[in-house]
Design a protein around this ligand. Structure first.
Ligand code: PLP
Length: 402
């Protein structure tokens, strides 16, 4: 008998199962609202023109080689990524209290962060929002955390933030719990705390001696403005928190499969930070040894050149604007159709996702009757909408809800 015979099948990952079903669907008007990636007006993936331009430059540069990168990655990338997050003139950067480490996209950054917090600092309890990106739990438990808990976040009634529930749950968290906070464009709800609410959150995190870890997978993608989208992280740094922030360049650079991310570490003690980096070096050495080069070079080239940087910011605005246009297009149609319920949340929420409030049954109905694919939670990727499918999707939602 095979040694593997007693292995139980793992649970399927919903989003990948839906993408497979969508690809196999032959219905011409099918719509994919499940994938977590940007799509153009033509429903196509978008390689950012600035990325193409940098790649062409890199391809012609024969001084570049394929040697290993250092364990902590390409320095010109990591420093530019941290500057983009905290602001180039951030006192934490200038004083050497904030550093970046190149990682394997946002997920890899979360994994390195979780390994560091569990193995080096000995933290054992992690909290994320309810709901959250479904991979937080797996990443943190696999990295050695003993307990994964949720804090209240989504308010079903207002289709907004349950700030009181969130603050109460943080108040009740044991000291040294790691609190995962979405820096902006919360996945899956599209609901972010307002500035005053961030201030309240920071107060509790400080009072209860919790450890803030920001997940920043959508900087620039939420409002179209990099500084605006980094407000919460910068506020925490100004308040002298020690923190980690996991950045992904998958969405804002469209570099999904290049696996390019950064882990920013902010510490009040520079010597301790150097020792922390030496431990992170060992953690990474034992996991994948060194990160890949291509994505790091592309992002570093774009961030470190003022013209390319501006061009990239233009690309982000293009994506953020299209998302906003599709949000208002969907809401207008639902309102015009008289679809039961209030649809203000579709435009109040920001970023790529909308938590529509559609039930699992309604999601299933949309898939079976209309070939529209969305998660059972009712989360839709707004980028799956285009001018040409908005009427079709709105009519289908109207039918599912009525
Ligand atoms: N964090 C959040 C909240 C996300 O939504 C995602 C991707 O969907 C990630 C992290 C990580 O993405 P990646 O590993 O592709 O950078």
């Amino acid at each position: 008998m095979s040694r593997f015979a007693k292995i139980e099948a793992g649970a399927p990952i919903e989003v990948f199962a839906l993408i497979k079903a969508f690809n196999e669907d032959t219905f011409p008007q099918k719509v994919n609202l499940s994938v977590g990636a940007y799509r153009t007006e033509e429903s196509k993936p978008w390689v950012l023109p600035v990325v193409r331009k940098v790649e062409e430059q890199l391809a012609k540069d024969y001084t570049l080689n394929k040697e290993y990168l250092p364990v902590l990655g390409l320095p010109s990338f990591a420093s530019a990524a941290t500057a983009m997050l905290l602001g180039a003139n951030s006192p934490a950067i200038v004083s050497g209290n904030a550093v970046g480490v190149q990682t394997l996209s946002g997920t890899g950054s979360l994994r390195v962060a979780a390994e560091f917090l569990a193995r080096t600092l000995g933290y054992s309890v992690v909290y994320s929002s309810d709901p959250t990106w479904e991979n937080h739990k797996l990443v943190f438990l696999n990295a050695g955390f003993q307990e994964y808990r949720s804090y209240r976040y989504w308010d079903e009634k207002t289709k907004g933030l349950d700030i009181d529930g969130m603050l109460q749950d943080l108040q009740a968290a044991p000291e040294n719990s790691v609190i995962i906070l979405h820096a902006c464009a919360h996945n899956p709800t599209g609901v972010d705390p307002k500035k005053e609410q961030w201030e309240q959150i920071a107060k509790v995190v400080k009072e209860k001696n919790l450890f803030p870890l920001f997940d920043s997978a959508y900087q620039g993608f939420a409002s179209g403005d990099l500084d605006n989208d980094a407000w919460a992280v910068r506020y925490f740094v100004e308040q002298n928190f020690e923190l980690l922030c996991c950045q992904s360049f998958a969405k804002n650079f469209g570099l999904y499969n290049e696996r390019i991310g950064n882990l920013t570490i902010v510490s009040s003690d520079k010597d301790a930070l150097t020792r922390a980096l030496s431990q992170i070096t060992l953690l990474i050495r034992g996991m994948y040894s060194n990160p890949p080069n291509h994505g790091a070079r592309v992002v570093a080239t774009a961030l470190n050149n003022p013209d390319l940087f501006d061009e990239w910011k233009g690309c982000i605005r293009t994506m953020a604007d299209r998302i906003r246009l599709m949000r208002s297009g969907l809401k207008e149609r639902l309102v015009a159709l008289g679809t039961p319920g209030n649809w203000d949340h579709v435009t109040n929420q920001i970023g790529m996702f909308s938590y529509t409030g559609l039930s699992a049954q309604q999601a299933e109905y949309l898939r079976s009757q209309y070939h529209i694919y969305l998660l059972r939670s009712g989360r839709i990727n707004i980028c799956g909408l285009t001018t040409s499918n908005l009427d079709y999707v709105a009519n289908a939602i109207h039918d599912a809800v009525s």
